[in-house]
Ligand binder design. Structure first.
Ligand code: SF4
Length: 184
C-alpha cells in the first residue's frame, strides 16, 4: 500500500509491514491508499490484483534443468561476483511497489530482477534467450508501461533492487532478438 504518497511508506529498504506506528507523532495525519496502476486493478479497499506478476513468472520465471539435491548446488562452482549479483536480484519479493512508484507504471525493475537472478546462474542458461523474450512479451501484454528512467522504482523498492538490472534486461533482450527466429 501507499503511505502518504510513498509505496511502502517513508523509509528506504523497508516493507509497509515493518513500518511501526511508534515512528509517528500524536496528531500526525496518515493517508493510506492502494497501489495504483492499470495492470493492478483495485479489488476492494487496499487490496489489488497482482496476478499480472504471476503470469509474467509463468511466462519465463523458471528453469527446466534438474538441479539435484541441496548438496549438489555446492558442487557447481560459481564466480563470487555473479553469485552475489544473482542473490541480490533474487531478493525481489514481487510486491509491486516499483510499478506503483513509476510514473509509467513500468514493471521493468521486477522483470529485470527475475531475468537477472535466473540468467546469471549456470542453471538458468538453457532458457536464457527464451525467458527474456517471453517475460517481456507478457509484461507488455499486461499493460505495464516502459521504463521512464526516473528510477523511483529503485528508491521505493523495499529490497533495494538496483536499476542496473534494467540495463541488463535491455542488453539480454536485444542479444536474444539478434539472430533469433523467435517471434516477439
Ligand atoms: S523489484 Fe522491488 S519493488 Fe519491485 S516487485 Fe521486486 S521487491 Fe517489490
Amino acid at each position: 500500500m501507499v503511505i502518504n504518497g510513498r509505496p511502502h511508506g517513508p523509509w528506504r529498504g523497508t516493507t509497509v509491514c515493518q513500518l511501526h506506528m511508534r515512528e509517528y507523532k500524536d496528531g500526525d495525519i496518515i493517508v493510506i491508499e492502494p497501489f495504483r496502476a492499470a495492470a493492478f486493478p483495485v479489488l476492494k479497499d487496499l487490496s489489488i490484483d497482482r496476478s499480472a506478476f504471476d503470469r509474467i513468472i509463468q511466462a519465463g520465471g523458471y528453469i527446466s534443468v534438474n538441479t539435484g539435491q541441496a548438496q549438489d548446488a555446492n558442487a557447481i562452482p560459481i564466480e563470487k561476483d555473479l553469485a552475489s549479483e544473482a542473490f541480490d536480484a533474487a531478493a525481489c519479493i514481487g510486491c509491486g511497489a516499483c510499478v506503483a512508484a513509476c510514473p509509467n507504471a513500468s514493471a521493468m525493475l521486477f522483470v529485470s530482477a527475475k531475468v537477472a537472478h535466473l540468467g546469471l546462474l549456470p542453471q538458468g542458461q538453457v532458457e536464457r534467450k527464451r525467458r527474456v523474450q517471453a517475460m517481456v512479451k507478457q509484461m507488455d501484454a499486461e499493460g505495464f508501461g516502459m521504463c521512464s528512467n526516473v528510477t523511483a522504482c529503485e528508491a521505493e523498492c523495499p529490497k533495494e533492487i538496483s536499476v542496473e538490472n534494467i540495463a541488463m534486461l535491455n542488453r539480454e533482450y536485444f542479444k536474444s532478438v539478434i539472430g533469433s527466429e523467435t517471434s516477439v
